[in-house]
Design a protein around this ligand. Sequence first.
Ligand code: ASP
Length: 440
Amino acid sequence: MSVKVCKFGGTSMADGNVIAGVKKIIESDKSRRYVVVSAPGKRYSGDTKVTDLLYACYNELKKSGTCATSFKAVRARFGDIVKQLNLNFDIDAVLDETQKRIDVENSEDFTASRGEYLSARVVAEYLGAKFVDAEDVVYFNEDGSFNGEKSYKAIEAALTGVEKAVFPGFYGKGVDGKVKTFSRGGSDISGAIVARAVNASEYENWTDVSGFLACDPRIVDSPKNIKTLSYKELRELSYMGANVLHSESIFPVRKANIPIKIKNTFRPEDDGTAIVPTSRYVPSGNTVTGIAGKKNFTVIYIEKSLMNAEIGFVRKVLSVIEKENIPVEHIPSGIDTMSLVISSEALDDNTLSRILEGIEYAVEPDIIRVIENIALVATVGHGMSSSVGTSARLFNAIAAADINIKMIDQGSSELNIVVGVKNDDYERCIKAIYKEFFGN
Ligand code: ASP
């Protein structure tokens, strides 16, 4: 029988009424057996997520030795939820014990993880399912990376003979035996881990939008919904800022070819977006699948005659950046030119001057120039490689909007074309590309 793993995000846990809807969703499909939950999110705009309340608890604990005052807000959120659900569950006892343990553990990760822990305790009780603590089944390696081998085995063992279970997302256990969290939004990763461990037929990720849109709805009014995406397209789009899913969350399921479905808890009847293994991807007929982007990059432009003939040139330049421990996002190059595109966030003035001096010293370029305030816009789609003239259409659309392209990088997979434009032209550039490939 097929098994689905369902992850419910923060807005799906926001209050008792929403959680009651979640129960209906789970019970409407027997294969929805394993559930991963986030901490309760915002109930309305201006509200505070429980995880943020918990980070405040840790700040208080650091200053005063206890989280007692800040924890009151967390207590109130869970007290309300249990009341709204009409649950006969002694949440106060669990909250008392949690508050004590936060003070004793005295760790930021442990404190932050308690939102998911408490959510999962309540939801398990409400569904009549087994609570499986992530602390006992999700493990990290010495270097902080996720330990798949150990975790998958532990999850499998914990679920033997278990019909329904609820897991808290976002955390696991480090090699020091202490609770450790993934990065923010990491419950998506936890959901993918459980899906992989049970070899699920599908990983359903329930959120507050009906899947991926072809571009940011704050820039284009009601953009089209993407019905199907390949893993590769998803990776490109989420890396470039489309943030429906945590960008690392696909790795565990991708290896096992498990499809992901993005669904809307508030509109369960909507189709959502299916994310499928690239090998099973059937093109939709659209040349472009989606457009995403990010602002605030710095481009270091380097020119030197006969650069192409100079052995080790690129390595020497890159080793300067490596010394600073900074990632390079793109490296577009010509015969005698190369550019390094780096997130401006990673570069303070001192680091930038050290890099420039380092490159001068290492390769003695003819010209080295810094271009700041650059936005990157990625146009993504499997259909792009097979349709002739896609790049011409893209560049013409950008030119027709009177936008100067500062940099072009076409990924070797021909799945995406990234252009660099001025930050100020970012929104207009996305609008122009959308209009060209999707109309309106
Ligand atoms: N609650 C955590 C956060 O706010 C993790 C998650 O929701 O995925 O980042």
